[in-house]
Design a protein around this ligand. Structure first.
Ligand code: SAH
Ligand code: SF4
Ligand code: F3S
Length: 475
């Protein structure tokens, strides 16, 4: 049994990050273990988890499992979890409750926990004491070891816990079974060293480790050869890409330029921490047409006092300066979105009005807004929190009103205009329509024939809603 350990997870040594290329192996004894069996993966959390689930799928299919979308039909259920807020945590435990019932009627069913919650000591302790019926637990650092962990569990028939709390390496050569054949996630870095005081990610994902540029570029080229139209470069803090290289000076601006030069039709990247956003990066985004004019720039709070307590390393003023620089360079048509937390410990009415004022000033295209959720083991969890939940809810409503107003306004501006949309799928709201995104990440529903799926088309916008647009093909 290898349990997670927060003290270890927090450590950042000067040790070199290794790129390991031969770590993923499927032992002979489990190569056919999934024959005639089905797997189901439930994914919570961010895009990194979505991409990890694509890897878990490919690994399971290497062992001959086939996918099912209904967990009741599965022989193996994997919950790929998120630890960012209490409600993500609660959702997983709710799902485990339902699965427990299923396991009672289907004792051969295997159930596993993966992802960021597996990296939490308190969660794994709870699993060991109250969820002994589960089969195995693995973490974010050892996805590639899944076949061996499964093999071990089959040998012992006991709950197998195998979670690493090391700083982490870069593991190349893990296969991925991508959910889409049109757009793809591409990891460019793992982990995070920012240690914002409220955030669990640096503990669950380890030290910042950038992938080698040549590995990223060859993945993008391979995706182009398979017909992919769009890549999203992924990391918790992509602007810090390359800062961990000891022997070369190669940063996010270099990578963005090299990815743009591959000729892929669209390049996106998330998430940008304001701290590492350089002028050169903005220039590169402006220079290449295939780098999308869409910047997700989480601000978290509009109060410099709270930003300091959050450990964000910028002030309201320096954020606004960066925001304006990006707007001026990319133009009014660029889209900028953000993340905001309300009710951080000690947030006063004045702090919150600073946040509202900032939202009014930035007029974001959209935003994810959250009520602060204390995460065990982070510095903010031991700060005094004297704002009531009612007050926090009220602040969230007020903030959402402002966010929604400007989201609608940004969409209204597009009515009558012709925009380029990458059509991806049949629309969820109307099966006679297709859905896709503009390069500025606006969801557009379009009356169009299915033959347009996978194509970038000109669409005339007919109607704007708060969170989507309706349009028709403009030929
Ligand atoms: N790396 C990104 C954020 C990743 S987490 C960045 O630094 O910008 C996504 C969002 O979840 C964060 O931007 C933050 O707004 C929110 N979040 C993180 N920890 C949280 C917590 N403890 N409570 C509430 N929201 C949180
Ligand atoms: Fe969390 Fe901050 Fe890292 Fe983002 S930059 S993942 S908020 S610690
Ligand atoms: Fe959640 Fe882990 Fe992502 S905590 S937001 S799944 S990095």
């Amino acid at each position: 049994m290898l349990k997670p350990n927060f003290k270890e997870a927090k450590k950042r040594t000067k040790e070199d990050i290794k790129v390991l290329r031969e770590e993923y192996v499927v032992p002979e004894s489990v190569k056919e273990i999934g024959k005639g069996k089905k797997y189901f993966i439930k994914t919570y959390g961010c895009q990194m988890n979505e991409h990890d689930s694509e890897m878990i799928s490919a690994i399971l299919e290497d062992m001959k499992y086939t996918k099912t979308d209904t967990y009741e039909d599965a022989d193996l259920i994997i919950l790929n979890t998120c630890a960012i807020r209490e409600n993500a945590h609660n959702k997983t435990f709710g799902m485990l409750g339902r699965i427990k019932h299923l396991k009672q009627t289907k004792p051969e069913l295997m159930v596993a926990l993966a992802g960021c919650m597996s990296q939490e000591e308190s969660v794994v302790d709870e699993i060991i004491s109250k969820y002994k019926w589960m089969d195995f637990v693995f973490g974010t650092h050892n996805i590639h070891k899944l076949p061996e962990i499964l093999e071990e569990h089959l040998n012992t028939k006991k709950l197998e816990v195998n979670v690493w709390s090391n700083e982490g390496n870069v593991i190349e050569g893990i296969p991925a079974k991508r959910d889409s054949s049109i757009k793809a996630w591409v990891n460019i870095m793992y982990g995070c060293d920012k240690f914002c005081t409220y955030c669990i990610v640096p503990y669950t994902r380890g030290k910042q480790r950038s992938r080698m540029p040549e590995d990223i570029i060859s993945e993008v080229k391979d995706l182009i050869s398979k017909g992919y139209k769009e890549v999203t470069l992924l990391g918790q803090n992509v602007n810090a890409y390359g800062k961990d290289f000891k022997n070369k000076d190669y940063k996010m601006e270099n990578l963005l330029e090299d990815v743009a030069k591959t000729g892929i039709e669209r390049v996106r990247f998330v998430t940008s921490h304001p701290w590492d956003f350089t002028d050169n990066m903005i220039d590169i985004i402006a220079k290449y047409d295939n780098i999308c004019n869409y910047i997700h720039l989480p601000v978290q709070s509009g109060s410099s006092r709270i930003l300091k307590l959050m450990g964000r390393r910028y002030t309201k003023e320096s954020y606004l300066e960066l925001y304006k620089k990006i707007r001026n360079k990319l133009g009014e048509n660029a889209s900028i979105t953000t993340d905001i937390i309300v009710g951080f410990p000690g947030e006063t009415k004045e702090d919150f009005s600073d946040t509202l004022a900032l939202a009014e000033e930035c007029k974001y295209d959209s935003a994810f807004t959250f009520i602060y959720s204390p995460r065990q083991g982070t510095p903010a969890a031991s700060m005094e929190d004297n704002v009531s939940l009612d007050e926090k809810n009220e602040r969230l409503y007020k903030l959402n009103d402002v966010i929604n107003k400007y989201a609608k306004e940004a969409n209204d501006k597009l009515v009558g205009k012709v925009v380029k949309v990458l059509l991806e799928s049949v629309s969820e709201k109307d099966s006679s329509m297709l859905a896709g995104y503009t390069d500025t990440m606006k969801l557009v529903n379009v009356k169009a024939d299915k033959k347009y799926i996978g194509k970038i088309v000109n669409v005339k916008i007919l109607e704007a809603k708060t969170w989507s647009l309706d349009g028709e093909i403009d030929e």
